[in-house]
Design a protein around this ligand. Structure first.
Ligand SMILES: [Zn+2]
Length: 274
């Protein structure tokens, strides 16, 4: 009898211990998940317009294929357009949460830039990579006023360099480690009102007067109420198959998709020098 009682008591203690252990594991999982979703907006159900075209050397159709697949995997509703004419379509533009663009150089008409700027100022996010975003419509300063930086050179062509994550407290780049890449090292004319999230440093090998210059590689900003995001990597869109580059791109797209739904982030101006 004593033994039975002892066994029952031991089983009871064991059960209490196991239930406690299970609960603490469960709590931990829930807490982590909610913390993650609180950091960046979800792309699920978001309406995304992916516009591609321009200089074929940047393989805009391949970028559109890779980006649309990644966006759809996250549950976004993606509309593809191979022409910037869609920017003049007010009905389409007013429905979008995010515009992702890969159009290097090329031209934009007054009507088209007017439509794009109106949507972005009104809270549609606008994002992209490399020349498809920060080297589009070279003759249009209204466009350049929006993007945060404009490509001017890539000394040495495709070279190896390190991407340094500087925005370690920002949800877009938090947890991503510095990494090596081989692509064009974009030299940019930079808007001082951007929040720089990653940088690279030039050697003097291809232009000795820029030795040691630090340049943004990833940044975010606002234009009106619209969230703007750019990653300067991606001369070849296949670079976004690599883990870090893909994380940077997708986190940026998640962040930029939230302008219509999330509070505006308050930054000191300019934030570039913090
Ligand atoms: Zn390029």
């Amino acid at each position: 009898m004593k033994n039975r009682l002892y066994l029952r008591f031991a089983s009871f203690i064991l059960c209490v211990f196991l239930i406690g252990a299970c609960q603490s594991v469960g709590d931990h999982e829930v807490a982590t998940a909610s913390l993650e979703t609180a950091k960046l907006p979800s792309l699920s159900g978001k309406k995304v317009l992916l516009v591609y075209g321009g200089w074929p050397g940047h393989k805009p159709a391949l970028f559109a294929e890779i980006a649309s697949e990644l966006l759809r995997k996250e549950g976004a509703e993606v509309t593809l357009s191979d022409t910037v004419e869609i920017y003049a379509n007010e009905e389409v533009m007013s429905q979008m949460d995010l515009i992702v663009q890969s159009v290097t150089m090329d031209k934009i008409t007054k009507e088209q830039i007017k439509g794009l700027v109106k949507a972005v100022k009104g809270g549609t996010g606008f994002a992209g990579a490399h020349g498809g975003f920060c080297d589009s419509f070279r003759n249009n300063t209204e466009y350049q006023f929006m993007t945060g930086a404009q490509f001017v050179a890539h000394p040495g062509g495709q070279i190896e360099y390190t991407v340094n994550i500087t925005g370690t407290d920002d949800p877009v780049t938090k947890g991503i480690k510095d990494f090596q890449t081989k692509t064009e090292q974009y030299y940019l004319h930079v808007d001082p009102n951007i929040k720089v999230l990653a940088t690279c440093t030039y050697t003097g090998e291809h232009a000795e007067w820029i030795d040691g210059a630090i340049m943004p590689v990833v940044w975010k900003k606002y234009h009106g109420d619209g969230r703007i995001f750019c990653v300067a990597l991606g001369h070849n869109p296949e670079e976004f198959y690599a883990e870090e580059a893909q994380q940077l791109l997708m986190n940026g797209l998640r962040w930029a998709s939230g302008s219509k739904y999330e509070d505006k982030e308050e930054w000191l101006s300019p934030v570039m020098y913090q």
